[in-house]
Write a protein that binds this ligand. Structure first.
Ligand SMILES: *Cc1c(COP(=O)(O)O)cnc(C)c1O
Length: 392
């Protein structure tokens, strides 16, 4: 099939399918074997070599969605990130990383890199000049994350990719928040794209997986390290991920739509002080987001006005769950100050713009009116109980 000419939903549904020649079933069979008969190939099939039929085929779907040649699927997003880093960095090398990174990535860099003698610099900001200023003689990689967690800042993908290639560096992006439906960074010159497939690619809060996509040459270098580190996953999980990805574009588009409506609704609400969403015209990088994203995503964050307690508000929600993780079909909220950023002091959090009132919202696919109603009733209940407290 000529992949470039296929539509998004056709790629999600069909690219990388395994034809069931024996029974002509509609879906890919699962190959659970960890042992395959020898044949005349250079690398024998074995799950830790990332080359079982299900692994190889699903990788084609991910590569097609990211507009590139090859991909590998890992046991978690962190397995994907750590393997990608260790494939391109060795003792004495240096990496420039965005200051606002997913907590797990930031921990991996701070805790593990010193053991390997790999140097790193967290940028002072997310403008291209901040990345340029952090480059050293021994820099090999630039790593970005956009939209970022939890404030949804937008990094200029093309500007960073151009900077990296002008200096002969490898550029990498965490594309988890956008998903390949909303953002295809390879089109802007990025070398390697990674995903926590636990999030949008999986989408149902029941799979832990990761992926990296890029040119065959770069992916071969990653594969060489991946087979040593052993971060592959069960073919049962690969098969579940394939099943989930058939509806990826449908889900993400529904989430884009709900999140944009939600951001507008919250922005107008008297009880809401601030909304952070790249789809709002008031977002400082709205124009940039529009130029590099096809949709603004299902993630947003907001702050309630002082006087409305964020924890009490979350307790009153009936449909929206207060829970970890993100990107499921169900809507969830969490307080970064109590979860991802709990280890920082209140002052340290304020310094990076994360107030104790900030709520991160992963908008699901529920009927919008019900989500809106849930928020309205929760705010009304908290306001009422706080008025009653004042009287006493
Ligand atoms: C969850 C997440 C990761 C890590 O993925 P796991 O599947 O939990 O290992 C990396 N980056 C982002 C942006 C994430 O949200």
């Amino acid at each position: 099939m000529p992949k470039k000419t296929l539509g998004l939903n056709t790629i999600c549904t069909h690219v990388g399918e395994i034809e069931d020649k024996q029974f002509k079933g509609a879906i890919s069979p699962i190959y659970m074997s960890t042992s395959y008969e020898f044949d005349d190939v250079e690398v024998k099939r074995y799950p830790r070599y990332f080359n079982t039929p299900n692994q190889e085929h699903l990788a084609k779907k991910i590569a097609a969605l990211e507009h590139t040649e090859a991909a590998l699927i890992f046991g978690s997003g962190m397995a994907a990130i750590s393997t990608m880093f260790l494939a391109f960095l060795k003792q004495g090398d240096h990496i420039v990383v965005q200051n606002t990174l997913y907590g797990g990535t930031s921990n991996f860099i701070r805790e593990e890199f010193p053991k390997y003698g790999i140097e790193f610099t967290f940028t002072n900001g997310y403008q291209v000049a901040d990345f340029e200023a952090a480059i050293q003689e021994n820099t090999k990689v630039i790593y970005i994350e956009t939209p970022s967690n939890p404030l949804l800042t937008i990094t200029d993908i093309k500007a960073v990719a151009d900077l990296a290639s002008s200096k002969g560096l490898v550029s990498m992006i965490d594309n988890t928040f956008a998903s390949p439906i909303n953002q295809t960074p390879i089109d802007f010159g990025i070398d390697l794209v990674m995903h926590s497939a636990t999030k949008y690619l999986g989408g149902h809060s029941d799979i832990l997986a990761g992926a990296v996509a890029g040119s065959s040459e770069h992916m071969h270098r990653i594969w060489n390290v991946a087979k040593n580190l052993g971060g592959s996953l069960s073919d049962m999980t690969v098969w579940m991920l394939e099943r989930s990805m058939k509806t990826l574009a449908l889900r993400v588009k529904a989430q884009n739509k709900n999140a944009l409506k939600m951001a507008k609704f919250l922005n107008k609400h008297d009880a809401v002080a601030n909304v952070f969403y790249p789809g709002l015209k008031t977002h400082p990088e709205h124009a940039l987001a529009k130029s590099q994203m096809k949709g603004f995503g299902g993630m947003l964050s907001f702050e309630l006005v002082e006087g409305i307690d964020a924890i009490q508000f979350q307790k009153q929600l009936q449909i929206i769950k207060s829970s970890m993780s993100l990107a499921g079909v169900e809507s969830t909220m969490l307080l970064p100050c109590k979860t991802s950023h709990a280890l920082l002091s209140s002052e340290q959090r304020e310094a990076i713009g994360i107030s104790d009132r900030l709520i991160r919202f992963s908008v699901g696919i529920e009927t919008f009116r019900d989500l809106k109603q849930d928020i309205s009733q929760a705010i009304a209940r908290v306001e009422k109980s706080e008025k009653q407290m004042e009287k006493h």
